[in-house]
Design a protein around this ligand. Sequence first.
Ligand code: XXG
Ligand code: FE2
Length: 334
Amino acid sequence: MHVLDYAADPPFDVVRAAHAELGVADLDASARFYVDLLGFHLTERTADALYLRAMEDTHHHSLVLRRSDLAAVGHLAYRVRTPADVQLAADHFESLGCETRWVEDAEVGQGPAVRVHDPIGFTIEFFHEMSRVERLLQRFDLQRGAQPARVDHLNIQVPDVQRAFEHWASLGFRCTEYIAQDDAQDTLVAVWLHRKSTVHDVALTPGPGPQLHHIGVWVADTDSVLRTCDALAAADFVPSIERGPGRHGVSNAFYVYLRDPDGHRIELYTYDYYTGDPDLIPIRWSVDDVRRRSFWGHPIPESWWREASTICDLDGNPVETRQPNVIEEPVAVD
Ligand code: XXG
Ligand code: FE2
């Protein structure tokens, strides 16, 4: 399968990356990081979870932080176009022989959803209905930190990028950019795929997997990124600033990667571009191009290559990882 290929008539209609549920040790510590410093808004706090949303969100939540002894990912969620698409998603994964489970009241504000253990080993939730809440975009009086606008993408780490690409392309996700080896096969190293009209809703990073590499959060401008770094440093959160700020080659986005109190990685991300035309041509980056991941050539910290969040199965148990078949070596700057 080639990077130009994707299912133009997919088995069900995914609209966008929607939310993630992360296991965290201490809800107060998470609130300090996500609400006070990053500027997420608390829609609701229950006995064991924080339901957060960003400024553009019109639905109940785009991040769930659940108290857990395991700092792992409960699930990753994608919104589908209609309630019927939730059933179609269940039918599709059942036809693939994957374990599927319907959930009704597992998340505050969310309607019927199906969680699947996908062929790549991830627990993915598909939902349509979620209760509407006030959009806070023009509540300038409430804005803080990075003023996060929305969850932009979920970046997953996989041991076999080609196989994961074929799976996501079969769901109608289309490649916008990719990194490849300069060999006869043009071996895929990393891939970015979209449903909404931006660079990506899912990215495939090579490494031991399945694991979550990071959640990408869209912010309005570079100043939001820089201001947040200043605030984190002043609040004694220097170790939370992992990589950047900088400019990506892939996606053109301006970014910084942060680590939350449990080690989950959040990327503040801005200035990617429109990808909605039907004849979009994917952009290829050589794995030997130093600008592909850091456009200015800055070295990437070892932790960014080596560390990622554990995935839980449908019962909440950690999923074992497999070693990657392709290793992406950092490129030295001359
Ligand atoms: O969102 C992204 C990323 O997946 O986080 C990483 C866009 C680009 C990159 S990369 O490091 O490849 O520039
Ligand atoms: Fe990202």
